[in-house]
Write a protein that binds this ligand. Structure first.
Ligand SMILES: C[S@@+](CC[C@H](N)C(=O)[O-])C[C@H]1O[C@@H](n2cnc3c(N)ncnc32)[C@H](O)[C@@H]1O
Length: 443
């Protein structure tokens, strides 16, 4: 199996099962036993097609007599892969993109006429590459939606928050590839020592420009196989997530509750900030996720973390007013991490409507666990106001014993007087993320 075949099968599985791209891709890559180079190409093809799917379909439809909707799934994915290579990858000859697409369809598709059709569509596109069909600009929502392959409902949401010009910047950033950010486990090593160790393993590592104890990696290959990973010297985390824990002000000796903890990233960041002194109770609704948190804590040697299964909406009297700091990193629509999970944008938006009620329920319950004078943090990795500012405003309006708390973060974020901040990929270079800090009044 080669890179294109693996990518086509992964894209097809992703589309059919509604599975996340990284899961489908990982499964396909390990089944295909590709070399490092081919695995990297397969990953790039998969991400590239998902990031540009609506634009590719717009062009393909112009060169096809048959609507894409009427074609077999694998044929559509092969066409997208061929078009993506011709339009976006300079190092692949167009003839190779077309020929490999035809071979893929011959090998995988039932209809004997499919190969001829794919050849015809991609050859016509190849002839028109210098003069591609123009995307109509009359309706800005439809235009941005096609150009950056984000569904119209999402473009409308972003335009409401940012306006058209900045929305275009956000959508472009969503389609960019961020470096892999890893956080140094300072209970075991320093940023400089870890950087040298990773470089000795041929990974390109640089210090993050404004977040300490964070390295940006490229040419990583499989990070989990590395000695430094196995020794628990780092964990993968976006700077935005770590910033939320820095804003919370976790200190050695504190008693901390992480209400929505799996796979454990915020708990790990807090435990490291606490120098592994104090106590962190790391809860998640799903029993199978307890193991995930424990495995991460064990690898990193963070002994103050105790994973538990608990529904954040259900009150536990034994925890009432018991914690210095309570983290609610709520389940959310995840629309801030489109750079890393490009297919999130294609989720059906209907079920997302229920999220604010769940988020508010968890926040209300979690608030009861904060000791007087203690801190309550609310965060999400989404950019929708109704899951972020609106949840916090509703909570504060009904809980007069809580006040928004000012905090200051490093780099381009700076002082946050209102107690709440949204981080944006195009403004801050981080995942899209929302952080809100509140303090419970002394009794
Ligand atoms: C955004 S993720 C948390 C990410 C995690 N804090 C980290 O930094 O790695 C949200 C988590 O909330 C969990 N969850 C969903 N509903 C919950 C509930 N009612 N109570 C507790 N956890 C819940 C999900 O299983 C998911 O693992």
């Amino acid at each position: 199996m080669d890179a294109r075949e693996a990518a086509m099968l992964a894209l097809n599985a992703c589309q059919r099962q509604g599975g996340w791209s990284d899961g489908a891709l990982k499964k396909q890559l390990s089944a295909a036993e590709l070399s490092g180079r081919d695995a990297a190409l397969a990953t790039q093809l998969c991400f590239g097609v998902l990031q540009n799917q609506m634009l590719l379909d717009f062009y393909l439809a112009k060169f096809s007599n048959i609507p894409l909707k009427r074609m077999e799934g694998k044929v559509v994915q092969t066409l997208r892969l061929g078009a993506y290579q011709m339009l976006f990858l300079t190092r692949i000859p167009h003839s190779a993109a077309v020929n490999s697409a035809v071979a893929l369809v011959k090998a995988h598709c039932k209809n004997p006429r499919a190969a001829g059709m794919v050849n015809g569509i991609l050859r016509s596109m190849e002839r028109s590459l210098q003069n591609m069909p123009v995307i109509p600009q009359g309706d800005p929502v439809a235009y941005l939606s096609t150009l950056y392959s984000h569904p119209e409902w999402l473009v409308k949401e972003f335009i409401l928050s940012l306006g058209e010009e900045e929305t275009a910047q956000l959508l472009a950033a969503d389609n960019s590839q961020p470096p892999t950010a890893v956080m140094v486990n300072t209970t075991r090593t320093t940023a400089e020592t870890l950087k040298a160790m990773l470089e000795a393993d041929h990974v390109e590592a640089e210090l993050h420009p404004w977040l300490e104890n964070c390295l940006l990696l490229s040419r990583t290959g499989d990070l989990e196989r590395m000695e430094a990973f196995q020794q628990g010297l780092f964990y993968v985390q976006d700077p935005a997530s770590r910033l939320s824990v820095l804003a919370a002000g976790a200190k050695p000796g504190m008693r901390v509750l992480d209400c929505c903890a799996a796979p454990g990233g915020k708990s790990f960041a807090a435990a490291i900030a606490m120098e592994n002194q104090g106590e962190i109770v790391s809860c998640d609704l799903h029993p199978h996720k307890k193991k995930l948190i424990q495995a991460g804590a064990d690898r990193l040697g963070l002994t103050i973390i105790t994973p538990k299964t608990a529904d954040g909406k259900v009150f536990r009297p034994e925890w009432e007013r018991a914690f210095d700091l309570v983290l609610v990193d709520a389940p959310c629509s995840g629309l801030g991490v489109i750079r890393k999970k490009p297919d999130i944008r294609y989720k059906d938006p209907a079920p997302l409507a229920d999220l604010p009620a769940v988020q508010l329920d968890i926040l209300r319950n979690a608030a009861r666990y904060v000791r007087p004078g203690g801190t309550l943090m609310y965060s999400t990795c989404t950019l929708l106001y109704r899951e972020n500012g609106e949840v916090v405003e509703t909570f504060l309006a009904e809980n007069k014993s809580y006040k928004a708390e000012t905090f200051t973060l490093t780099g381009p974020v700076g002082p946050i007087q209102s107690g709440s901040v949204t981080l944006w990929p195009h403004r801050h270079g981080t995942d899209g993320f929302f952080i809100s800090k509140m303090r419970r009044e002394e009794a």
